[in-house]
Write a protein that binds this ligand. Structure first.
Ligand SMILES: Cc1cc2nc3c(=O)[nH]c(=O)nc-3n(C[C@H](O)[C@H](O)[C@H](O)COP(=O)(O)O)c2cc1C
Length: 415
């Protein structure tokens, strides 16, 4: 029987003579939908991730799925087990919840969020940090709302993981557009996880943006359906582009990437958040570090943003990307702040679900930054939805961890 694994399983290599464990590591990426090798393995002794074609001295220890050999099913450690009862969280637990929220993706890793926690009311507020905007690439603050929506989703997932039911209100103060959401820890979750949020918890810190080439392996229909359901649970539609629509999306991304390279404002935003600008150096807890740029594209059609902006980066290699990228578009009928927050939550819910399914993902937002290129992105079949995000999904290596600001810089604890 061929070897099969899920992301999160353990690969154990034994000594052929003594049977003792020689080396072990966590499987952090699979390349085939059916879970067969090769795997990306993070070795416990070195912490490095390497591509492994397991030999006869290796076996897979299934974590959380002892009898589950079905391909495409989640392979991450079960997250539904509550870490605490549903009593009031301690300050340390509140800080943990905010750390989980801040693991969310944000454009250029600007992390444009702050959190307030009111102890007496057991209430979080998610606040837009307007000192961390991208003035040229995100003048209308749509991307800021998407990132904060993603952080809100992580907060809901993390609260459910601790056994607490998160009750969320978007934009609770119409007079204060920076107050994006209120989340009250309304009560115990109960025995079930009806919303399916707690089960996503193990993916919160396993999800990273991967700007590496993906395999040509097609994402199976049932997995696509699961991803569509994840977006639908947040009131957002997810559609995979195909045929001439896919070609249009790829052409629009290429056109936008070419414009961005020569657009003064886009270049300024990029150089600031990548630390490639001498005037405004990036601080250690933010931005996109060079080891997250991924290889330079030599061939293939995946329109991955070049964070180096065409500059040479020491040690950066070139690679052929997939020639049939699998791109999924998130859209809503409206285009207001509440729609952006819903789309951000859906985006993160899709990415967490994708991580559980062993998929890697990255973002293709170049065309969304140009109003004349954003409109023709929309799905011609589903009609006039406003596209908020284009995700590239597939089987490939997980991206590297990127920095985050310390929790004490983004959390205010109040009575
Ligand atoms: C609204 C939004 C737009 C983004 N646009 C791009 C993009 O065009 N290209 C890209 O490679 N990454 C993009 N990203 C990913 C961020 O660069 C990434 O989330 C950030 O660097 C943090 O890294 P992580 O996702 O690995 O945690 C975007 C993320 C968000 C939320």
């Amino acid at each position: 029987m061929p070897m099969r694994a899920h992301v999160g399983d353990q690969l154990i290599v034994e000594s052929p003579t003594t049977g003792a464990t020689r080396r072990d590591g966590e499987i952090v990426g699979i390349h085939h939908a059916d879970g067969t090798p090769p795997y990306d393995v993070r070795w416990s002794d070195s912490g490095h991730v390497t591509l492994v074609f397991p030999g006869p001295d290796a076996h897979v220890h299934h974590i959380g799925h002892p009898s589950d050999a079905a391909p495409g099913a989640s392979g991450l450690r079960p997250g539904a087990k509550a870490r605490a009862s549903a009593g009031p969280p301690s300050d340390a637990e509140v800080a943990d919840l905010v750390r989980d929220a801040a693991a969310a993706p944000s454009m250029h890793n600007a992390q444009p969020w702050r959190f307030r926690y009111f102890r007496r009311d057991r209430l979080f507020q998610v606040i837009a940090d307007l000192t961390r905007t991208l003035p040229h690439s995100d003048a209308d603050l749509r991307a800021l709302h998407l990132g904060c929506g993603a952080a809100l989703m992580n907060l809901r997932v993390a609260a459910a993981h601790t056994g607490r039911r998160p009750a969320t209100r978007l934009l609770p103060e119409p007079d204060d557009p920076t107050l994006l959401a209120a989340v009250s820890l309304a009560g115990p979750l109960g025995d079930g996880d009806e919303d399916g949020l707690a089960a996503l918890y193990p993916a919160v810190h396993a999800r990273h943006t991967s700007r590496s080439p993906f395999a040509e392996t097609e994402i199976p229909g049932p997995v696509r359906a699961t991803l569509r359901e994840a977006a639908g649970a947040e009131g957002v539609s997810l559609s995979f582009a195909s045929g001439w629509h896919l070609r249009t999306v790829l052409d629009l991304a290429s056109e936008a990437e070419a414009r961005n390279l020569t657009d003064q404002g886009s270049v300024e935003d990029l150089t600031h958040w990548t630390g490639l600008s001498a005037e405004t150096p990036r601080s250690a807890g933010e931005g996109v570090p060079p080891d997250a740029f991924g290889p330079r594209r030599r061939g293939g059609k995946a329109p991955v943003r070049d964070f180096a902006g065409g500059r040479p980066v020491p040690g950066r290699e070139s690679a052929d990307f997939e020639s049939n990228p699998q791109l999924a578009l998130l859209a809503t009928p409206g285009d207001e702040a509440a729609d952006w927050l819903r789309a951000g939550q859906a985006m993160e819910r899709v990415l967490l679900t994708a991580t559980r399914e062993g998929l890697a993902g990255s973002f293709i937002t170049q065309a969304l930054e140009w109003p004349d290129l954003r409109w023709p992105l929309r799905d011609p079949v589903s009609g006039a939805g406003h596209v908020h995000m284009v995700l590239r999904l597939g089987y490939g290596p997980p991206g590297p961890r990127t920095p985050r600001r310390p929790t004490r810089h983004i959390l205010d604890l109040l009575t």
